[in-house]
Design a protein around this ligand. Sequence first.
Ligand SMILES: Cc1cc2nc3c(=O)[nH]c(=O)nc-3n(C[C@H](O)[C@H](O)[C@H](O)COP(=O)(O)OP(=O)(O)OC[C@H]3O[C@@H](n4cnc5c(N)ncnc54)[C@H](O)[C@@H]3O)c2cc1C
Length: 476
Amino acid sequence: MYDVAIIGAGVSGGFVARELSRYNLKVIVLEKETDVSCGTTKANSAIIHAGYDPEENTLMAKLNAEGNPMFDRVCEELDVPFKRNGSLVVAFDEDQSAHIEALYKRGVNYGIEKMKILSREELREREPNISPDATGALLAETAGIIDPMLLTISLIENAVANGCELKLYYTVTAISKEDGFFRISGEDEQDIEARYVVNAAGVFADVIHNMVAAPDFRILPRRGQYFVLDKSEGSVINSVIFPCPDKGGKGILITPTVHGNILLGPSSDDLEDPEDLITTAELLDKTRLGVRKLIPSVTTRNSIRTFAGMRAQPDTGDFIIREAPGTKGFFDLAGIKSPGLSAAPASAKYLIGLMAESGLELLEKDDFDPRVERKLFLERPEEEQIKLLKENPLYGRIICRCESITEGDILDAIHRPAGAQTLDGVKRRCRPGMGRCQGGFCGPKVQEILARELNRPWEDIVLEKENSYILTGRTK
Ligand SMILES: Cc1cc2nc3c(=O)[nH]c(=O)nc-3n(C[C@H](O)[C@H](O)[C@H](O)COP(=O)(O)OP(=O)(O)OC[C@H]3O[C@@H](n4cnc5c(N)ncnc54)[C@H](O)[C@@H]3O)c2cc1C
């Protein structure tokens, strides 16, 4: 019997798992995919928002404001790249200037520090490539950029190192309430019994909720499409740059990534199928034109990839974080749309507070270790490199030439706690395939290393999803 079963290994489930692993509790994370961070967490703008944007009196406002300052410590402990490069909301006319002034006042009300309205000249000094038509901007210096996939991988890795269990390939299909516990059933899997359940299932959170509680909310999928530009474009901007928001949301933005690329997007298209992640020429074109209003010199000629992410829009308009009415012990962490990433550390603490009020005993472990160490070979100081090379000469063999990733780095990604089992799993942990050639050169080599290390046939190594085969069989 587990104390807590968490359904979903995205950033929401990841923070809850790590936070619960501080206590003497038996915890398991159930995830339907081949790896952690395969849902919305893998495809978003990767911004840690300052927190002025959410409407007043919402959980989104409270948890974004509380979550943002937590990232310095979490990222330092988990060795995750995070940069507070600041965000700008740009105005082009008087109405928009009034709007950014209102956002500024709202942010001040929420207690957000280091915000300022920039004049046209100050804006140009900070962002020399900004449109000449821009009249000013709201600067929020506490906004930042992060690698959400690596964050979630490190959260789960740290939770596992502290005793939490992770079960991948486990699609929850039914939940029943028994006498004092829940029985969770999975497709072709053994039942799991747990005293408490956390529903962190992203775009499927309503489906999971309805398995055991009275239906009272819906998740409406809304797709967002992006371009990723090559690192050669990386110096075109310094900050995260938004247009002035409208009824449709925060709008199409341009941001650097923590790894030195540029991201343009997202579009906004409402869909029925929460797993329809294709990109379309029409919406990507709108994205490109939208961004050029902010930075006219941006071109997508140096785009190295397009991708789409799925927003989990709740029909209630706000995060749904609560014990489900009438189902004691079952907790929703649902409707986690943007700023869900920014709010995630605070959302987990808030949820665990509610669980404690409901009777979950929180006794701290003496031996909880908050740290994860994750350095690529070429990021290490020379003396460490020499030592590593002596221990394992495979650190001297470059596999990914775009990102300078060695075979030793790839072995580490595979053999760490909750390690990689797919090509994308390796890519998200140590970056082979993230560069200009997008795995054209290193992909087959990474596949060969995975097959050798996991002792599986080459053909069985998939890209990401369970059936995403790359090879169908031998020709000779
Ligand atoms: C286009 C876009 C841009 C965004 N930009 C930002 C931003 O810049 N900043 C920000 O703060 N937020 C942003 N967000 C929001 C942020 O990405 C999300 O709030 C966050 O990633 C949600 O994480 P999650 O863990 O709740 O969901 P997910 O990451 O979707 O995780 C849910 C997990 O549950 C699993 N699951 C589902 N059903 C089952 C089942 N039956 N059995 C087992 N497992 C199951 C899924 O496979 C998945 O891994 C953006 C979102 C989108 C789509």
